[in-house]
Ligand binder design. Sequence first.
Ligand code: PLZ
Length: 441
Amino acid sequence: MAHKRHLVTEIPGPRSRALHERRERAVAAAVRSNPPVYIAEGEGAILVDVDGNSLVDLGSGIAVTGIGHAQPAMVEAVREQVGRFAHTCFMVTPYEGYVAVCEELNALTPGDHEKRSALFNSGAEAVENAVKVARYATGRQAVVVFDHAYHGRTNLTMALTAKSMPYKHRFGPFAGEVYRVPMSYPLRDPAGMTGEEAAARALTLVDTQVGAANVAAVLVEPIQGEGGFVVPAPGFLPALARWCADNAALFVADEIQTGFCRTGQWFACEDEGVVPDLVTTAKGLAGGMPLAGLTGRAELLDAVHGGGLGGTYGGNPVACASALATIDTMRRLDLAGAAARIGETVLGRLRTLAEQHPGIGDVRGRGAMCALELVLPGTLEPDPAGAAAIAAACHAEGVVVLTCGTFGNVVRLLPPLVIEDELLADGLDVLAGAVRAAPAR
Ligand code: PLZ
């Protein structure tokens, strides 16, 4: 397959449009796709659609395919495993792959203390289980979460997620004992506010309104994903972790989007030397197969009674084989290093772009997790229409980018970590063209 962007029809092409009509009669309208381009195959950072268009993938299926599409070692591991057995249920008759993935998670997550892991199907399920373990192990109930947080779409994780539309609207009632406090959001916080000050702002509310003695867990994304790629000011995460240690609450890092080399290290917490009590992982962990993990201090996970955690498919053998091949590929190709280099290239380009375009209010991110926040020029007023126009223009040219943010005004880039320099440069050229072409406001 040629690793080059190449369009042979308009986007979406006639076959994609035909599939879309079929889909509208079969698939719940609430499940959306943007762009509605139907994929036939992929390789590395290239996606080929059903009309034969080759697209540059700067989204990785929302930070999942870090190792790239159709990565040969992963494909082989999955084929081999599915040919031996596809499922037994680890709670019925166990198998080595589950154990080996837990060993990897225990070794790779921050901190050299004794750890245990459990495996699940989705990120949301891992977060739910983090809360279960935190409540069980501490004997407390309150869970502290942040503005702009995203933790999933199940009932408990909807309560943990901040944004109403589209995630929560009319889906209540929500789970209780969830308390939301302000995030460190340098663009929108008072000028010069440090990470420690932002943490104090949040923790004062926790102390006065929740009571430290009631807090089971402080749950935070080290860099927020769906909420807008919000990178907290330095010092924010360490201050939260310190407060947790001082108050016998658990510091839980949701590394589902940031983990597995995405931000230039195995985990984003490492950037400030923060060692969480519990870590949730998914997405990049298994390179595209559904798998999620909960990892943490041995005494916390081992506190829960036998049979208290589990599920039919959690840690499915095919997903575990995929994870082991994915982790091995990340090590072999030094994809953390690759992500750091991608970050230098992308942030450099985006900063130059921001100098020329007053609608770009902020450029931020780390490693291969970078974003532009669009505002009305000269203000902090969010410009979701600007972000949507830029994303649409990229899609029309065959470059898959995503939007995010509480205000829907952030364009985010999550390229596969194996993307070639030329493809990345081409994708960024298209993005720059889309920014230039966006209607002036
Ligand atoms: N925690 C930090 O980013 C998933 C969701 C897309 P699941 N993010 C993409 C959408 O609109 O549903 C995510 C995340 C963080 C938890 C989750 C949830 O992971 O595997 O989607 O359940």
